[in-house]
Design a protein around this ligand. Structure first.
Ligand code: ADP
Ligand code: ADP
Length: 229
């Protein structure tokens, strides 16, 4: 079951200028439900660009982006925003939690943006926090939590609308190895339990090796890497 497909996607920054830079060159990729895919490439190779295009935050200059079986390039910004909110969850290297809100409120907000009432969103938020091992921490503010806990709240928030696709950009990049491992374990479990798909950019070869597939970005193209052992 196709969740995401990039078909010959190209992205050129500052075209026609001296700073012209082709970051993606006919990159193709498909991700099915239940798959966890690691994206490994050096800094500057275009991982964030690829994730932004897959997440409908940016449009390719050429090629097509499919979310499920829907081609997204021809859709309006409004339709793309609606699809992003209902189908995609994002986790970044930095948690981007709102400091003045509690953990539960941070997880509830995207649901309220989707039309849920505050009380229903907060009830679901507590359940999502329990799923990431943070039961009873819902009323803590981000500053009162450790880095790993903050990142698990960000994960719960990303899952709040039960997305079919989780996109993560170096989600454990700011964490010490033991904490990174713990956060990654939780991420694997929740993605597997929900039968959604994940595309996760990481520099960590041990974590990448535990996913289903590893892809690399090389000169703007996507290549499947041989399985690390
Ligand atoms: P990565 O996430 O792998 O580090 P990025 O996708 O962030 O790579 O960036 C790829 C290249 O494109 C880098 O050289 C970066 O400087 C450049 N770049 C990224 N965003 C823009 C932009 N909006 N305008 C111009 N150049 C950009
Ligand atoms: P980095 O991985 O380079 O440290 P961040 O993790 O802070 O950067 O963010 C990764 C990318 O996601 C950035 O290009 C940023 O513009 C974008 N971004 C950050 N927060 C949001 C958000 N809430 N919604 C959409 N895009 C965001």
């Amino acid at each position: 079951d196709q969740v995401l497909k990039l078909e010959n996607v190209s992205r050129i920054y500052a075209p026609g200028t001296a700073r012209e830079l082709q970051v993606l060159d006919q990159a193709s990729l498909s991700v099915n439900a239940g798959e966890m895919v690691a994206l490994m490439a050096p800094s500057g190779a275009g991982k964030s660009t690829l994730l932004h295009i897959a997440g409908l935050l940016d449009r390719p200059d050429d090629g097509e982006v499919w979310l499920g079986w829907v081609a997204m390039n021809g859709r309006s910004e409004r339709q793309r925003t609606a699809a992003r909110r209902s189908e995609i969850g994002f986790v970044y290297q930095f948690h981007h939690l709102l400091p003045e809100f509690t953990a539960a409120e941070n997880v509830a907000l995207p649901q309220m943006a989707e039309g849920r009432s505050r009380s229903e969103a907060l009830t679901r938020a507590e359940a999502l926090l329990a799923e990431v091992g943070l039961a009873a921490r819902g009323d803590h503010r981000p500053a009162q939590m450790s880095g790993g806990e903050q990142q698990r709240v960000a994960l719960a928030r990303a899952l709040a609308n039960r997305p079919s696709l989780l996109l993560a950009d170096e989600p454990t990049g700011n964490l010490d190895p033991a904490t990174a491992d713990q956060v990654f374990e939780v991420m694997m479990r929740v993605v597997r339990d929900s039968d959604s798909a994940a595309l996760i950019a990481t520099h960590n070869p041990e974590l990448a090796a535990r996913m289903d597939r590893i892809i690399r970005l090389d000169q703007g193209r996507i290549t499947e890497a041989p399985r690390l052992v």
